[in-house]
Design a protein around this ligand. Sequence first.
Ligand SMILES: CC(C)(COP(=O)(O)OP(=O)(O)OC[C@H]1O[C@@H](n2cnc3c(N)ncnc32)[C@H](O)[C@@H]1OP(=O)(O)O)[C@@H](O)C(=O)NCCC(=O)NCCS
Length: 176
Amino acid sequence: MIIRPETPADFPAVEAVNNAAFGEESEAYLIRLIRESDLYVPELSLIAVLDDGTVAGHVMFSLVLLDTAQGEERIFDLAPLAVHPDHQGTGIGDALTRHGLELLEARGEPLVLVEGIPSYYPRFGFERASRHGITPPSPRTPNDAFMVKLLENYEPRFRGAVRYPEAFYLADAVGP
Ligand SMILES: CC(C)(COP(=O)(O)OP(=O)(O)OC[C@H]1O[C@@H](n2cnc3c(N)ncnc32)[C@H](O)[C@@H]1OP(=O)(O)O)[C@@H](O)C(=O)NCCC(=O)NCCS
């Protein structure tokens, strides 16, 4: 298996993996909307490709806003993460997430957010965002699902309210 950034040729396979993993099409829609925005960072939309060429998993890290006392900051958010049901439980989600986190460290990013499964993400160092004064964009966001991983360049000034881009609302990707 290799992990590499997606290219436009991979878009149909990425969509198929997300539809299969989530059993619905809203994540694929979210991905399309993010790709069309200036919040898309192609090198941080990663796919896991099996030795036979199958795209078995995908993770996207894209930019959202953090409204801090000093001004707005663009920070990375992990969404979505999907592994095809045929290949779940074999470490692909783990490998995709860790690879992305390494790339974010290498870029010197201060932190990364996720709104996701509270029992899955702590293994990567994610913890409740509220512990660090980072508040969710919507009252629909469950407190325990809204998590942050602090990276080496984290500074305490990175606190405030997160603002999701319009894509998240259009794709109904806010809250449970
Ligand atoms: C969640 C998901 C990305 C995990 O990827 P994966 O490749 O199957 O997981 P890995 O093999 O890397 O890790 C397996 C571990 O994840 C845990 N895990 C998998 N799905 C989980 C879930 N829905 N809730 C809690 N833990 C889960 C397993 O229990 C296992 O734990 P263990 O290592 O302690 O035994 C994948 O199952 C998936 O695509 N699910 C459907 C879509 C989804 O829910 N995406 C995440 C949205 S936040």
